[in-house]
Design a protein around this ligand. Structure first.
Ligand code: CMC
Length: 426
């Protein structure tokens, strides 16, 4: 809190002295909680573009400077030196683990990777051609019907066990969904493998053959997971918090987050980017026409993988992923023409006043699909990968919201624009 106040005077002369709140970094915020009592006014902010919905100590973004910090640590340093599970520990508990804490956390997560056999049957019941995100929303929601023993949201131990279960089981569920789409046998987790190695084993191994995880692929996936692990109050995380604010259980709350992530303006963008690039490469669409369509206000089309509510200079995740694309495609091969096309498209937008004026730059989704495709992950699974990585962020926010003494059920106001009161015809 600062010693500053902001004075708001209403048209009827009533006024409110509003406290200005400060965080560690970032802009100050006017605390409008007392405003309605003194002035009768509410605030109007569609899309919550200027509203802080909570205090949070997990992640900080400076969109102007292209800074992303998890618990204070720059994403570039974590991407270079950390592992995904270490980042999970950091996001959940607030500090990097000691070697002992790391060993214990890895072992707990490893012990929770198996799912109830009926979860396998549950997934097997979906149509084989269902979209993987449709299967994921349903399966994550259904977990609350399998793990009753840890659903007391007021019990910190239960909250922690649910978090461990979600982080551990997401790769297993994601890979089962993939195997179900292919019609291949589901592969059980193998405890001697690391988190990411195990995921590649469950995704790509078949019982008939031995499988050795490819270290380059594992490194690339580790990066993708770290970069997507959290992003403060984005649409899906806010959805998780809002769902959780009513006391909904963690699995139901995270399922709500998965549903929100699915949209093309959010996590679904990685799939949409690949469709857009494929169209240019294979269906006779051109870069010029694609850019013109994106600029045309009468056309709902947007350049997918471009723009961000918060980043107005560059998205540091996109920079790291673009670099990984170079390394990965050099080593593993992959869709080099697609990568070159993506870079050409980026270059064209960087010189275009429409994109310059609106500060529209490639976001995390622009290059991530190229890596995922090079790893052999089908396009329909891209948003599932995002969900798997973001689960730790969602659950860390869900836990934080339950520990927040100021936490209340989320319940926005509205400006009613419907008919005025009228009587039912006599
Ligand atoms: N292509 C063309 N024009 C765009 C784009 C785009 N991708 N993004 C924004 N604009 C224009 C928009 O039309 C508006 O123009 P004007 O001022 O003339 O009306 C201006 O830029 C501001 O856009 P906005 O819609 O007010 O921005 P927003 O903060 O509400 O939306 C966004 C942010 C990410 C939803 C949007 O940029 C977008 O739809 N991008 C494409 C989808 C995408 O890549 N999503 C992934 C986001 S990053 C990962 C994640 O969050 O999951």
């Amino acid at each position: 809190m600062t010693d500053r106040t902001a004075k708001l005077t209403s048209h009827d002369g009533s006024s409110a002295d509003l406290t200005v709140l400060s965080g560690t970094h970032g802009p100050d915020c006017v605390d409008v909680r007392g405003m309605n009592k003194s002035t009768g006014l509410f605030t109007y902010d569609p899309g919550f573009a200027t509203t802080a919905s909570c205090k949070s100590s997990i992640t900080f973004i400076d969109g102007g400077e292209g800074i992303l910090l998890y618990r204070g640590y720059p994403i570039e340093q974590l991407a270079e030196r950390s592992t995904y599970l270490e980042v999970c520990y950091l996001l959940m508990y607030g500090e990097l683990p000691t070697p002992e804490q790391s060993e214990s956390f890895n072992s707990i997560i490893t012990q929770h990777t198996m799912v109830h056999e009926n979860v396998r049957n549950f997934i097997a019941g979906f149509r084989y051609d269902a979209h993987p995100m449709a299967m994921l929303v349903g399966t994550v929601g259904a977990l609350s019907s399998f793990y009753h023993d840890s659903l007391d949201i007021n019990n910190p131990k239960h909250r922690e066990i649910s978090a461990h279960r979600l982080i551990a089981k997401m790769p297993t569920i994601a890979s089962y969904i993939h195997k179900h789409s292919l019609g291949q046998p589901f592969m059980y987790p193998q405890n001697e493998l690391s988190y990411v190695e195990n995921f590649t084993q469950m995704m790509f191994a078949v019982p008939a053959e031995n499988f050795t995880p490819n270290p380059t692929a594992v490194k690339a996936l580790e990066l993708i997971l770290i970069l997507h692990a959290d992003h403060e109050q984005n649409a899906s995380t806010s959805t998780v918090r809002l769902a959780g604010s009513s006391g909904a259980n963690p699995f139901a709350s995270i399922a709500a987050g998965v549903a929100s992530l699915w949209g093309p303006a959010h996590g679904g963008a990685n799939e949409a980017v690949m469709n857009m690039l494929d169209d240019i490469l294979h269906s006779g669409e051109t870069i010029e026409r694609t850019i013109e369509r994106a600029k045309d206000k009468n056309d709902p089309f947007r350049l997918m993988g471009f723009g961000h509510r918060v980043y107005k200079n560059f998205d540091p995740r996109a920079t790291l992923i673009q670099k990984m694309c170079h390394d990965l495609l050099d080593e593993l091969g992959g869709d080099q023409p697609l990568f070159e096309l993506a870079m050409e498209l980026e270059k064209a937008t960087l010189a275009d006043p429409y994109f310059i004026e609106r500060k529209l730059y490639p976001n995390v989704d622009f290059y991530s699909g190229i890596i995922l495709r090079a790893l052999g992950i089908p396009m329909s699974m891209f948003t599932v990968m995002f969900a798997m990585a973001r689960t730790v962020g969602w659950i860390s926010h869900w836990i934080e919201s339950h520990e927040d003494p100021e936490g209340r059920i989320g319940r926005p106001q509205q400006i009613y624009t419907g008919p005025a009161r009228r009587d039912y015809p006599a």
